[in-house]
Design a protein around this ligand. Structure first.
Ligand code: ADP
Ligand code: ADP
Ligand code: ZN
Length: 218
């Protein structure tokens, strides 16, 4: 396996998905979003999807066993050989340990963990305004990124959009709590290993992308 291997971390709504997609285009690696994988499992009504839906709608974390197994299988697929950006995984210490052992079995290592830092009070607006093109998955926002021509996707001209059932103010509070209690402790863990790069996510989308690219271009 070759290529660049990155984790993008940060609270719900900080812009992980938005940035991961930009980077996927700029560098030749694949975005692995565990949230997207779980939502696909829900749509196709698999056993994991059925289990996960209740947990996700409550703003809690799906079990470590399920998540570690999901990522471990995904990393074996050939498109990951050119590098990957993990978006939404790991989210707990157990998942970070699971990732370490998966990678060491494959004799590969992470290149960096990018933390996209955004203050909590900005996140509710980011999340409650989020919507996505149902056809191509392009992400939008009611205030910060409207389609150029109203009602039609910039990328594919699709006219149907969807909102996540967990993107409401109440669930956001649980998701933020889960982030601070279970995920934020990974930051010092990665800092000690020398992997952590902090980026200011509280600026325009393009400025964030530029800052992240700068991290990799030195
Ligand atoms: P995450 O994957 O971290 O949950 P998203 O990338 O889905 O976050 O972004 C959440 C919402 O905020 C989306 O509607 C997105 O369009 C918008 N957004 C992302 N980055 C920014 C930014 N830098 N400034 C303003 N809005 C943003
Ligand atoms: P966010 O926009 O909050 O960053 P994601 O799309 O990454 O959202 O995740 C949505 C939900 O899916 C989470 O609130 C959680 O319930 C579940 N989930 C996603 N990734 C993981 C993971 N690595 N571990 C546990 N649960 C996860
Ligand atoms: Zn589209």
């Amino acid at each position: 396996m070759s290529g660049t291997r990155i984790v993008i971390m940060g609270p719900p709504g900080c812009g992980k998905g938005t940035q991961a997609k930009q980077l996927e285009t700029a560098f030749s690696f694949v975005q692995l979003s565990t949230g997207d994988m779980l939502r696909a499992a829900i749509s196709s009504r698999t056993e994991i999807g059925l289990k996960a839906k209740t947990v996700m709608d409550a703003g809690q974390l799906v079990s470590d066993d399920i998540m570690i197994d999901m990522i471990s299988k995904r990393l074996d697929e050939p498109d990951c050989a050119n590098g990957f950006i993990l978006d939404g995984f790991p989210r707990t210490v157990a998942q970070a340990e699971g990732l370490e052992s998966m990678l060491s079995k494959k004799e590969i290592a992470l290149d960096a963990v990018v933390e996209v830092r955004v203050p909590d009070e900005k996140l509710v607006e980011r999340i409650t305004g989020r919507f996505t093109c149902s056809k191509c998955g392009e992400g939008y926002h009611d205030t910060f990124k409207k389609p150029i021509s109203e009602g039609a996707c910039d990328k594919c001209k699709g006219t149907e959009f969807s909102r996540r059932s967990d993107d409401n103010e109440e669930t956001v509070k649980s998701r933020l709590k889960a982030y601070h209690d279970q995920t934020a402790p990974l930051l010092p863990f990665y800092e000690e290993k020398g992997f952590l790069r902090v980026v200011d996510g509280d600026q325009g989308m393009d400025a964030v992308t530029t800052e992240i690219k700068r991290v990799f271009e030195g």
